[in-house]
Design a protein around this ligand. Structure first.
Ligand code: 13P
Length: 247
């Protein structure tokens, strides 16, 4: 299974900044063929990114989508719109969507269903908050999030990737330990095997939360860490290229 190293730029980098970023970044990673590299810019930067990524070894992803095909949904973006822009992956259920914008597990399930129906590969984010971790509820929270998100999609677990992003580790400079990540990733894989006994094991489990060029290699040395989802450290092309090549 090829590893997936992804950048989530969140609400950063305008279209012109995206252009400058890619002019610097693409030559740095042009020889990388043994892992998949993914950039998820904000919507307004997708067009320029699509143009610049054409023919490159870097794939394009989006940070969100809506589940309806079209219509009166002011401010939302459909999967068909994203696909037309060359988008291959979409992040679904990021904790910032859950906790700032009130996305529920049920809404996330609808988005995942729409992605699977239309062939856009979702990266489903799960992870516990600090108070849940301190109460010893990490595995329970992750299990609940996964079971609801995958409800009705049990046969399709090979068509998605999952990012384990503990909320307390995001943007704090305080990552999980690689061992903690490994523990939760192994749990997620066991759970997937229960949910879909037929699964072929194509679901990659990414770690996200304060990944940087110094710790990326340690996470990637864990047996069940199949990739990374990087926020702040992906905003600098040198730093993200370093992460891409860190293992
Ligand atoms: P940071 O790398 O800034 O902690 O963000 C992680 C994240 O939320 C990626 O989706």
């Amino acid at each position: 299974m090829i590893k997936l190293i992804s950048a989530n730029w969140k609400m950063n980098l305008t279209p012109s900044q995206t252009e400058s970023y890619l002019e610097r970044f693409l030559p740095l990673v042009k020889d990388v063929t043994d892992r998949e590299v993914l950039l998820c810019p904000p919507f307004p930067s997708l067009c320029v990114a699509q143009r610049m990524l054409e023919g490159s070894n870097v794939r394009l992803g989006a940070q969100n989508c809506f589940y309806e095909k079209k219509g009166a949904f002011t401010g939302e973006v459909s999967i068909d719109m994203l696909k037309e822009l060359g988008v291959f992956y979409v992040i679904v259920g990021h904790s910032e969507r859950r906790w700032i914008f009130g996305e529920s597990d049920e809404l996330i399930n609808k988005k995942l269903t729409a992605c699977i129906e239309t062939g856009l590969r979702p990266i489903l984010c799960v992870g516990e908050r600090i108070e849940e971790r301190e109460a010893g509820l990490t595995l329970k929270v992750v299990e609940t999030q996964l079971r609801i998100a995958l409800s009705g999609l049990e046969a399709y677990t090979d068509s998605i990737d999952i990012a384990y992003e503990p909320v307390w580790a995001i943007g704090t400079g305080n990552p999980a330990t690689p061992e903690d990540a490994q523990f939760v990733h192994a749990f997620i894989k066991d759970l997937l095997s229960q949910i879909n006994p037929e699964r072929k094991g194509n679901t990659r489990i990414l770690y996200g939360g304060s990944v940087n060029p110094s710790n990326a290699g340690q996470f990637m040395s864990m047996g069940d860490v199949d990739g990374l989802l990087v926020g702040s450290s992906s905003l600098d092309p040198d730093s993200f290229a370093h992460i891409v090549k860190s293992f």
